[in-house]
Design a protein around this ligand. Structure first.
Ligand code: M6R
Length: 624
């Protein structure tokens, strides 16, 4: 986790770094800091516990109003032309100012920011301490600062590369030195790092969002390569040999506005609203017969026809989209699908067949467990594909083929538009697979494609129709101590996703159950007034779900039905949240996720919680 940024160029860097860090806050916000270099070789570091607002306050309290000069004694922070910044999600060491980045060596010559984990840090710390290094924090990152300083004899590139060879783990760092006013050096190992090239200078960061307002021109950095940034550009040196790497820059199709709130109170509200566009983007050009869905890999019809199994590996919300995907693929393409929690799968000695297709679903493309599961399968000969939203992410580098969800950047920690886009991508995949295997005849395939085309419009209608009633519902329910979510069939993963959203941002206990399991234990949770949210959309098992609803109602539960059949008398006394209708039951269940997302959003807002940055969480989980 953590977000890093570095800049060297023709502009004062303090505000550039701070704004970049604000856009990286989704990666963690336990503490933050920047180091900047003045032309005279003085490095100024400011670090604060809390988010970037806290860092800004720390800087403001130290910089005299209108002063260009800075107070060296308290390390007030300069505004030179080169600097690095960090926003932290704590792994090694508690949340404290001392553990906040940047970290420096004993002589304060070398400052670094690091994302990831250095596994052999204790051993290195002991060696460096024996040689006289004076540590001031508990972090693994400080070890790297001392190690680079240990190797530094005027050549920062050589020192960084030397240190890199000694480090074990997965990490990305950017390093600056007091006597190098023109140069920043950065390296990565299985953690995100990307270079941005603007007309006024060069950037390096964990994600493009950090510098998107300055440039959309990026250079990918591979594991072991060294990125050497100067004011006029950046060069890459190959892993091992250190020879120059020739790599073309890429121009991104994300604009800055997409990374801003655009008038909404929260990113989450914006992203819930953006689902129609996001799904339209995901599906664009992918519903015709014979399209190549995956970048980098053409799935031959012959291969698809004999496909024995699809195995989905994912975490959190992406796991839930995989569960919906199982229904889509099994129903439309008649291929058995296993859906695995990546962190469980990778450590349980799974049997992996050579002819199975493994699909890693990961919004960020950086989730450690999902990547670990994909690597395991690839190592045993499976074809590994990725569904992700982030160009250039680790998953895209490691998979044999990639299906981009094209949902646009998602900032809020709680995933929403990437969930619906993942399901849409899985639907496009299931449709292609069904066509290739002949399990969908042309007429049915055409009808499903038409319904998918219509899905964005229905998503927009669902947001419009449910926003106000769900806001009221959130108000009425906000004091409840426990929430139960019920679903069956494809509605079950939607119920699971609804419960995850609620606990994630409102911190309220929320449990989802397959409604058929109720009588096997969970019904004991139901007390008079317990809110039970039911995904009661049209499906082959809707009648059975209505029976389960009646059972909890009979025990005094307050039942809220999300349904496309609002007038159905069988709903009894349930409160109804009406959603639009589509013909396919699998897609119908997907619309039901919208009011559940809105419920979590409105309740968290009404409770005065930080909707976009819930406690203890980070958007991208790059550690196990
Ligand atoms: O980037 P990924 O899709 O791999 O992330 C997986 C989970 O960490 C993520 O979906 C998480 O559960 C969300 N915060 C849920 O809203």
């Amino acid at each position: 986790m953590c977000g890093i940024i570095g800049y060297v160029g023709g502009r004062p860097c303090r505000e550039i770094l701070l704004r970049g860090l604000e856009r990286l806050e989704y990666r963690g916000y336990d503490s933050a800091g920047i180091s900047t270099l003045d032309p005279d070789g003085t490095i100024h570091a400011v670090r604060a516990v809390g988010n970037i607002a806290a860092l800004r306050a720390a800087i403001a309290s130290r910089v005299p109003v209108g002063a260009a000069g800075l107070d060296d004694e308290d390390h007030a922070g300069g505004d030179g032309l080169l600097g690095i910044g960090h926003t932290r999600w704590a792994t090694h060491g508690r949340v404290s100012q001392a553990n906040a980045h940047p970290h420096s060596d004993t002589t304060d010559r070398v400052h670094i920011v690091l994302n990831g984990i250095v596994e052999n840090h204790l051993e290195l710390r002991a060696q460096l301490t024996a040689e006289g290094a004076d540590f001031t924090s508990e972090t693994d990152a400080e070890v790297v600062a001392h190690l680079i300083a240990h190797h530094y004899e005027g050549d920062l590139v050589a020192a960084a590369r030397h240190a890199y060879d000694q480090l074990e783990g997965h990490y990305a760092f950017a390093v600056m030195a007091a006597d190098q006013p023109e140069q920043l050096v950065a390296m990565r190992k299985e953690c995100p790092l990307i270079v941005g090239l603007a007309d006024h200078g060069s950037f390096v960061a964990s994600s493009v969002s950090a510098f998107l307002e300055h440039t959309d021109r990026v250079l990918e950095v591979q594991d072991g390569e060294t990125a050497v940034l100067t004011r006029s550009g950046a060069r890459l040196l190959a892993a091992g040999s250190g020879r120059p790497v020739i790599r073309r820059t890429t121009t991104l199709d994300w604009d800055l506005e997409a990374a801003e709130k655009g008038g909404y109170d929260t990113f989450l509200a914006k992203e819930i609203d953006e689902q129609a566009d996001a799904v339209a983007q995901t599906l664009a050009g992918r519903l015709d017969a014979d399209v190549a869905l995956f970048d980098g890999l053409t799935l031959e019809h012959e291969h698809l026809q004999v496909l024995q199994r699809v195995r989905i590996v994912a975490c959190g919300t992406s796991y839930h989209s995989g569960l919906v995907g199982r229904h889509l693929i099994e129903s439309w393409a008649r291929v058995p699908v296993e859906v695995e929690i990546a962190s469980e799968y990778r450590y349980r000695e799974p049997v992996i067949e050579h002819d199975e297709l493994v699909l890693g679903i990961t919004q960020s493309g950086e989730t450690a467990d999902t990547l670990g599961a994909m690597r395991l399968a690839a190592g045993r000969g499976a074809t590994v594909l990725a569904i992700t939203n982030v160009m250039g992410s680790q998953a895209t580098r490691e998979a044999d083929g990639v299906l981009f969800t094209r949902a646009g950047i998602e900032i809020s920690v709680a995933a929403t538009k990437t969930f619906t886009s993942q399901v849409a991508a899985l639907a496009a995949f299931a449709l292609a697979l069904g066509r290739a295997r002949g399990t969908l005849d042309p007429e049915r395939a055409g009808a499903l494609a038409a319904q998918l085309q219509h899905l964005p419009q229905l998503l927009a209608q669902t947001v419009a129709a449910t926003d106000a009633p769900v806001r009221e519902l959130a108000r009425a329910l906000s004091d409840e101590p426990l929430f139960v979510f019920l679903g069956r069939h494809a509605g079950n993963p939607v119920a699971m996703e609804g419960a995850l959203k609620l606990k994630e941002i409102t911190y309220r206990p929320a449990e989802a159950f397959a409604a058929g399991e109720l009588k096997h234990g969970p019904i004991a949770l139901i007390a008079p007034g317990t809110p039970v949210l039911c995904v009661a959309t049209s499906s082959p098992v809707r009648g059975k779900l209505l029976t389960n609803m009646a059972e909890v109602q009979a025990r005094g539960a307050r039942v809220i039905a999300i349904t496309d059949e609002a007038g159905d008398p069988a709903l009894g006394d349930a409160e109804v949240v009406a959603i639009p209708r589509t013909d396919d039951p699998l897609l119908q269940s997907l619309l039901a996720v919208v009011p559940l997302q809105l419920l979590a959003h409105h309740m968290a807002s009404q409770l005065g919680l930080n909707v976009d940055q819930p406690r203890n969480l980070a958007k991208t989980v790059t550690v196990e």
